[in-house]
Write a protein that binds this ligand. Structure first.
Ligand code: HEC
Ligand code: HEC
Length: 295
């Protein structure tokens, strides 16, 4: 083992970021630990018999943070309206009154649905795409790939956005057996394909990769031509160390180092460095070691 650690010393050691050193150490430790089989992600069907307004909006809350990837943009960082801190009934009424409003909504529910399915209809002042003078929204339509919420899931999110401030929930509860399921992906279960890693961490909300995705961040298709594996790894675990020209700082989540499992990070780095060529899955195994510490 010593022989493997030796080269990473002296000048090189100092020049590597702290998190990178941690990542290296964790890789070593991870490889020493016994290999543990991960549990399969559980598909949770919505049980209609027990569905209440409360459980429907609780489903919406999980979708907001998980599959919907809403929280990646709607947070306190200021790149999208912090809708968890705002009473959306009041905000909807204000925006429906705005002279710039050209849509078809006439109440909170229809405003929220329109905002999610057709974000470009009305762009909140100051939040439009760079250089578009608030005429183009950077938000993806959430019923389209890569997010692809079903109609019932969209309603669940609306129920949550109404209920969280004690407002009346006006969306209908699903009446027939919905196809809607919520994937409960445990953070400690290894995502062992590139697709699974991308889904688990919502990279496509902001990046074009695997053929689709948003453009709040750079297209990652050709990134292997510009950056070495080490630089790509650094961009993921310490996104604010270098800000790509033309893009904003503070948008890419900076806590991935504390969340991603070592093998997930390495799978991602290998894949991006190869110019999006398929890479073989890692041996399944370690389910609980993260890359570094949350900073
Ligand atoms: C890639 C970033 C991104 C993602 C992902 C995203 N949004 Fe947005 N959203 C924005 C931005 C930026 C705006 C403001 C510009 C606009 O009005 O379109 C916005 C606007 C909105 C608005 C209108 C807010 C207002 O004040 O009128 C709602 C409602 C909304 N988003 C809900 C959601 C929900 C729910 C999800 C998840 C299902 C989601 N968004 C996912 C970036 C995002
Ligand atoms: C909420 C939006 C968002 C999410 C989610 C996101 N990123 Fe980013 N990412 C950005 C932005 C904006 C930049 C450019 C600014 C910067 O350099 O930090 C960026 C930069 C990068 C870069 C450097 C690109 C270059 O051209 O140098 C890489 C690599 C990257 N992201 C990978 C990822 C991966 C992998 C994931 C998922 C695990 C991810 N990002 C999730 C917004 C995001």
């Amino acid at each position: 083992m010593n022989a493997e650690i030796k080269p990473v010393s002296g000048v090189l050691f100092k020049s590597l970021g702290f998190s990178l050193v941690l990542a290296l150490l964790f890789t070593l430790v991870a490889n020493l630990l016994p290999q543990v089989e991960g549990e399969a992600p559980v598909e949770q069907a919505v049980d209609l018999s027990s569905l209440t307004v409360e459980s429907f909006s609780a489903l919406g809350e999980r979708l907001f943070a998980g599959k919907g990837t809403c929280a990646l943009c709607h947070n306190t960082l200021g790149r999208a309206p912090d809708i968890l801190a705002l009473d959306m009934q009041i905000i909807s009424a204000e925006h429906l009154q705005d002279q710039r409003y050209q849509g078809n909504a006439d109440d909170t529910e229809s405003y929220l649905r329109e905002s999610m399915l057709d974000p470009g209809i009305y762009v909140v002042k100051g939040f439009g795409k760079k250089g578009s003078n608030d005429s183009v929204s950077p938000m993806p339509a959430v019923n389209k790939p890569p997010i692809e919420l079903s109609e019932i899931e969209v309603n669940a999110v609306i129920a949550y956005l109404q209920a969280k401030d004690g407002n009346e929930v006006t969306v209908p509860l699903p009446s027939e057996a919905p196809a809607a399921t919520v994937q409960q992906v445990s953070p400690t279960v290894l995502a062992d394909t590139v697709e699974a890693v991308v889904t688990k961490y919502g990279c496509q909300a902001c990046h074009r990769m695997l053929g689709s995705g948003g453009d709040l961040g750079p297209d990652l298709g050709k990134i292997g031509d510009r950056l070495s594996s080490d630089k790509i790894r650094q961009s993921i675990i310490d996104p604010n160390a270098v800000i790509v020209e033309g893009f904003s700082a503070g948008v890419m989540p900076d806590d991935l180092a504390g969340k991603m499992l070592v093998k997930e990070l390495e799978l991602m780095v290998t894949y991006l460095a190869s110019g999006e060529k398929p890479v073989p899955p890692p041996e399944s195994g370690i389910t609980s070691t993260t890359v570094g510490t949350t900073r």
